[in-house]
Design a protein around this ligand. Structure first.
Ligand SMILES: [Mn+2]
Length: 339
């Protein structure tokens, strides 16, 4: 009867949760509603991703979850007019606050889940992660390389420059920006892998070649298949020792037919299945220490369905990072009920 079924299912859920605790899976979730240099207030991506059940579903699959809420950013309305870099003070301040928030989550022992917001936030997220744990590997899944320097950028958009602030090798090419003086570069080019690129500026291509950065563009995904791309990614990153992995996942890496509600969609992206595979694979390494899920932008969805599809894909990517398998999961101590 229904009562027995409910009891049994509750017991299964408890067993799943217990088994996950023995795996020490725990997520510390931070919302960062900040995009294009501005604090966002209504119907933001972090709130939509939570409303789509991210926390509940992580707990149901056995992951301990602590929600740290949204970072409170300074609303710098009187930012300097755009020059070399757009809204430089606002972004400098926001990324600094996020770096501090990420450090606090890492001190509590969780895998950080940062819900953006735009990809400039990775400056703060990666900086804070490295400040807390030291030497990192970075897997940057994106249609774009986001590695322009402030001087090579055509647009002045900081969300297209994030990696340049973080890479040791690029520091001689970086102008001094007052609001960014707190940042210490913390990633070496050999510890960075890109997956999914298909819209790379000439200066970015030059930088990637100059520094010898490992890149699996959509061409390599087509050529090798996503399984081999991820195998090679992890072999490359762990060849000189196992370091914590920072996954910076831009939703625009996925094809815009699946995730249309994003600021800079580019045709020819990862399928839903390839996108999930990447998250599953990195989740299985046991090294995943921080995840950014950025560039979900409800304002850019043409329809309610477009926003829903984008948000639910973001949730599925995060569930895959924390152990969800498409072939199913069960706790190791599960036993079939006896008649
Ligand atoms: Mn990006």
């Amino acid at each position: 009867d229904i009562g027995v079924l409910l009891l049994r299912n509750t017991r299964i859920a408890l067993e799943v949760m217990r088994s996950a605790r023995t795996l020490h899976q725990s997520a510390g979730v931070i919302g960062a509603p900040f995009s294009r240099g501005q604090v966002r207030h209504e119907g933001t991506a972090p709130d939509l991703i939570r409303a789509a059940g991210l926390l509940t579903r992580l707990r149901e699959q056995g992951c301990a979850v602590k929600d740290y809420g949204n970072v409170v950013f300074e609303d710098l309305e009187d930012d300097e007019p755009p020059g070399l870099v757009k809204r430089v003070r606002a972004v400098g301040s926001a990324t600094r606050r996020l770096s501090e928030a990420v450090q606090a989550v890492k001190r509590d022992g969780h895998t950080t889940v940062m819900l953006g917001g735009d990809h400039s936030l990775a400056i703060g997220s990666i900086h804070g992660h490295a400040a807390a744990v030291g030497h990192l590997s970075v897997v940057w899944v994106d249609a774009h390389a986001d590695i322009n320097t402030p001087l090579s950028s055509y647009t002045g958009n900081i969300h297209g420059q994030s990696m340049s602030y973080l890479l040791h090798e690029l520091q001689p090419k970086m102008p001094a920006l007052p609001s960014f003086s707190w940042i210490r570069p913390c990633v070496w080019a050999r510890d960075l892998v890109y997956v999914g690129l298909r819209d790379v500026d000439p200066a970015e291509h030059y930088i990637l070649k100059l520094l010898g950065v490992k890149v699996f563009s959509m061409r390599e995904v087509d050529q090798l298949g996503v399984a081999r791309v991820m195998e090679e990614t992890c072999d490359y990153l762990t060849a000189r020792g196992k370091k914590p992995i920072h996954l910076s996942y831009d939703i625009d890496a996925i094809d815009p037919s699946v995730t249309p509600a994003t600021g800079t969609p580019v045709a020819g992206g990862l399928s839903y299945r390839e996108g999930v595979y990447i998250a599953e694979h990195l989740g299985q390494t046991g090294l995943l220490s921080a995840v950014d899920l950025v560039e979900v932008n409800p304002l850019r969805g043409q329809t309610e369905e477009a926003v829903q599809s984008t948000v639910s894909t973001a949730v599925d990517l995060l569930l895959a990072c924390f152990g969800r398998r498409r072939g199913g999961n069960h706790p190791p101590e599960y036993r079939l009920p006896e008649p």
